[in-house]
Design a protein around this ligand. Structure first.
Ligand SMILES: [Fe+2]
Length: 211
């Protein structure tokens, strides 16, 4: 649905293929938050910016290939597969950075906490499950999703960026557990990184995603 809004319709004119569609957001305000070094965050921002650049690049090349009648090629197929990886690499980092930088802790009487209690029994049970997902071996993402069909929430393991996303669900909380997200500061102590992540969750941002 998003693509239909952002990718211009291709016509038969000689119009230039669209310019860059996405712009990297500035998350430098996160520098200084507890448990995350400036070096780690700056490296992470640079990595995110690479996904934005590549998302734009892949979209432009695919648009040009469509215009040139090259859609039946292996190059088109491979780039189309790559598109999901680059796009989600961009978008998931935006969700991640935007659900960080919180200072106030969760409002246990708020809409999000009440929904968590409704779906998981209590906040601690949800937190235990989400942290367990994040601690799983392998690289990927821990993600709390809300099913838009029935409103129910569930924690998911997202392997890589483009695999395992539940269709029809909205991401509420995203935690990066690729090694680049923590190894500079924590080495192999992923659980300590997860604790630091939880101390910095922007619960207002998470609650705003709830439908
Ligand atoms: Fe990352």
């Amino acid at each position: 649905m998003l693509l239909s809004k952002t990718v211009p319709l291709i016509d038969t004119s000689e119009k230039e293929v669209s310019a860059m569609q996405y712009t990297a957001k500035d998350y430098s305000k996160l520098i200084g938050m507890g448990g995350f070094s400036e070096t780690l965050l700056k490296n992470h921002f640079t990595l995110y910016q690479g996904y934005v650049t590549n998302t734009n690049k892949v979209m432009d090349i695919l648009n040009q290939m469509l215009k040139d009648g090259k859609t039946g090629t292996p190059e088109y197929a491979e780039l189309k597969r790559r598109f999901g990886w680059e796009f989600n690499g961009m978008r998931l980092h935006e969700y991640y950075f935007e659900n960080l930088g919180g200072k106030d802790g969760i409002n246990r009487e708020g809409k999000f906490a009440r929904k968590i209690t409704e779906d998981f029994g209590n906040f601690e049970t949800w937190e235990k499950d989400f942290k367990a997902v994040g601690a799983m071996r392998g690289i990927g993402w821990a993600a709390l999703y809300q099913d838009q069909m029935n409103g129910k929430m569930a924690n998911f393991w997202i392997n890589e960026h483009d695999v395992s996303h539940p269709a029809g669900c909205n991401p509420l909380l995203i935690m990066d557990v690729f090694e680049h997200a923590f190894m500079i500061d924590y080495g192999l102590k992923r659980a300590d990184y997860i604790d630091a992540f939880f101390k910095n969750i922007n619960w207002s941002a998470v609650e705003a995603r709830l439908k």
